[in-house]
Write a protein that binds this ligand. Structure first.
Ligand code: UGA
Length: 433
């Protein structure tokens, strides 16, 4: 099947490359000529494990190509995906749909023969209706369907999430659109991935509900972690103890410095706005967003406390900057608020991250970026582990001890065992233990 993917960001590029790998003919479109030029040379705009190989092999096989020309990209396509960004609108947190609507209008002007326009971007309930209206207004004689098909992939595991999803959600209002999407995803349900067909609005809301629920789960365990510290309990054991109950499930119960990234912070805010506009507030999600925001700076204060309550003139070695491992994404990373809090308290920062430094430089000032975790710890008054990159899981602890000026270690991801750290003579604190 011919597929056009409008928007070659995270979701568009990964989905486009994976559809091509299933044997479909995919053209990825993006307005950014630099990005398209680099993609043609197999230079990825993001760091995502395995993506460059996947793109390269499908380009070679002639199933994947890139263009800035939307009209050319959608020629003959039966499915036209909108996978452009939906950032938080400045000021009120609503999803900014201007890129989605602009794409819909341009698609309308170039429609020729039946095609399904599918929103893959995370879009608020009712966006599909508006996309349909825009297309009909711009091109009254067009033959088209509009569907919703949210994406549930995680950065860092995007390809395997796309190829082995827990489920595929498709929101349609007509049979022809359903048939096209079922045909497109046939390779996946041969893999036994359940495909769920719902109404368009249900599908749109399902995406927000999924991300909001995961944000609730993380924030819940983070608050339980704080309570564990007060009462002398161990949050990892509590998480295991509740997670083994199938009704709760063991995933997304790792306590940490608060969730970040390009999705949870933005999508929780957008859901809160939609709910308020419909006079059906989601108070749990409102609280979660607030608790999570406060938590990030609180983690910075925790480091100051670990250094004896005074950070002035002290140096902190920060390991990990990205919002999670296996990505270079710094969007809403807890590291930003943590480092700024430490700087506000008078500390200087030396940091190491395997992939995130270029992005970090755009959002953080006055940070000394180092070439190895050990370099960041040289002469530091404390080490803080913010992101659980594999490279930090087996540090040479006696080297860590000898590099640090004072042996303070704050592990915001519970990577290390307290007994082991104590044996090394390190003053160690984790989260909720
Ligand atoms: C998230 C969802 O997991 C995907 O299903 C969804 O498709 C995606 O958003 C999206 O809407 O595009 P992602 O933002 O890539 O994916 O990252 P996650 O792995 O979900 O992690 C989000 C944040 O939660 C990270 O900061 C992570 O450190 C934190 N987290 C996650 C925890 O603190 N504890 C956990 O147990 C799990």
């Amino acid at each position: 099947m011919r597929v056009a993917m409008i928007g070659s960001g995270y979701v568009g590029l990964v989905s486009g490359a994976c559809f091509a790998d299933f044997g479909h003919d995919v053209v990825c479109v993006d307005k950014d000529p630099g990005k398209i030029e680099r993609l043609k040379q197999n230079i990825m705009p993001i760091y995502e494990p395995g993506l460059d190989d996947l793109v390269e092999s499908n380009v070679k096989a002639g199933r994947l190509s890139f263009t800035t020309d939307l009209a050319e990209g959608m020629k003959g396509a039966q499915a036209i995906f909108i996978a452009v960004g939906t950032p938080s609108r400045r000021g009120d947190g609503h999803a900014d749909l201007s890129y989605v609507y602009a794409a819909a209008k341009e698609i309308a002007e170039n429609l020729d023969g039946f095609a399904v326009v599918v929103t893959k971007s995370t879009v608020p309930v009712g966006t599909g209706d508006e996309v349909e209206r825009i297309i009909r207004e711009a091109n009254p004689s067009a033959d088209f369907g509009v569907a919703s098909n949210p994406e549930f992939l995680r950065e860092g595991a995007a390809i395997s999430d796309f190829k082995r999803p827990d489920r595929i959600v498709v929101g349609v209002e007509d049979d022809r659109a359903q048939a096209v999407l079922e045909e497109l995803y046939r390779p996946l349900y041969l893999n036994q991935a359940p495909i769920m067909v719902t109404s368009r609005r249900t599908s749109e809301l399902t995406k927000y509900a999924a991300n909001a629920f995961l944000a609730v789960k993380i924030t819940f365990i983070n608050e339980i972690a704080d309570l564990c510290e007060k009462v002398g309990a161990n949050v990892q054991d509590v998480a295991r103890g509740i997670g083994l109950d199938n009704r709760i499930g063991s995933k997304f119960l790792n306590a940490g410095p608060g969730y970040g990234g390009s999705c949870f912070p933005k999508d929780t805010l957008a859901l809160i706005k939609t709910a308020q506009d419909n006079e059906s507030p989601v108070r749990i999600v409102e609280t979660v967003a607030q608790v999570n925001d406060n938590r990030k700076r609180a983690m910075g204060r925790r480091v100051v406390a670990a250094m004896g309550g005074d950070a002035r003139g002290k140096k902190v070695g920060v390991l990990g900057l990205t919002f999670k491992p296996n990505t270079d994404d710094m969007r809403d990373s807890p590291a930003i608020a943590i480092i700024q809090t430490l700087q506000d308290a008078g500390a200087t920062i030396a940091a190491y991250d395997p992939e995130g430094v270029e992005q970090a430089k755009l959002v953080l000032n006055n940070v000394e970026y180092c070439d190895s975790p050990y370099q960041a710890l040289e002469g530091a008054d404390a080490m803080v582990l913010v992101t659980e990159w594999d490279a930090f899981r087996a540090l040479d602890l006696s080297r860590v001890k000898s590099l640090l000026k004072s042996p303070v270690v704050v592990d915001l991801r519970n990577v290390y065992r307290p007994e082991e750290m104590a044996r090394q003579g390190l003053q160690y604190s984790g989260i909720g233990r």
